[in-house]
Design a protein around this ligand. Sequence first.
Ligand code: BGN
Length: 358
Amino acid sequence: MTHSVRDFSVLSRPCSLVVFLSAVHLLVALYYVLYSPETLSFLPYFKEAFSNTGLPTNRSRNDGMFVTSAQSKEPSPDETTSLPSAAPQSCPETPPRLVGPHHVEFSNPVSLELVRKENPEIQEGGRWRPKDCTARQKVAIIIPYRHRKTHLKYWLYYLHPILQRQQLDYGVYVVNQYGETTFNRAKLMNVGFTEALKQYDYDCFVFSDVDIVPADDRNLYKCYNQPRHLSVALDKFGFRLPYERIFGGASAMNKEQFTKINGYPNNYWGWGGEDDDVSNRLSIRGLSISRPDSIIGRCRMITHTEDTNNAPNPKRFDQIKHTRETIDRDGLSSLQYRLVSVEKCPLYTNVTVDVGTP
Ligand code: BGN
């Protein structure tokens, strides 16, 4: 009986083929793992984790009010490098973490330190955007202001958490009228619109008095197909509209709506009428006012004593009769002001402006 020597050389070719095919398979698998959309969508988070220290820059004073200065700096279109990068999917139409009606009171004083502590994600200049989804709107909140620090603290205390729950990509702009000349709320709105747009590509503008706080976070501080009146059920007016065409307090317009009406009028000095002029402008340009219902639209107003240099404007009765003649020549198209400073504070951007005299 002879032992035959086994000849393995016949297996050599199939084996090489198997090895070759396995290598190709491995490479293909590796390619898909590295370049799949899922993997790519994680990259910004990795990048962010390594690049974002979350620390504001240029700290100079520590009283919480004035921390950074961007006074003479020419702003870039998006100075939001410390904000989360754009997330892959857009935020849901209805923000998921809203709580509905919530308690608002102004009996215990709040400090800016407390607001900062309770809102650790707010970036300098009062900027925030969601990190797990892309906000549906970029909203600049414009607050006309002078000597109302206590009110501003309450406003920031209540509004920052609400705006975050509403998943907005937002910035807060306090437009501070320089000097002691007669207050001009409407012109400060136009300045806020103009200056906010120099900082970021906002598409929606909420114009709010510093003393108005919504009592229900379903009242979304965003823009709609029609200009939106937000402060519809104020405690001051018994939680209903004092008159149908009112547009004062807090309201929102997108860029297109606001430019269509040529912004606010610039020549209403002192209290009253400028919001009625805007309401007229909306009708003249064929726009209507949208509103939340009077439950969602509940707001509280901080009571205060009469402001100095903001007496009722005696000319307002006559002025609001002539909106049709003034709309084109008075507004964004004729806006002139002297910018005094733009300071990026931890919870808001402080724009100080000399709007001139009547
Ligand atoms: C109105 C004021 C508004 C103000 C509301 C609510 C005028 C114009 C002359 C009728 N309008 O009467 O500016 O927002 O009250 O306070 O005064």
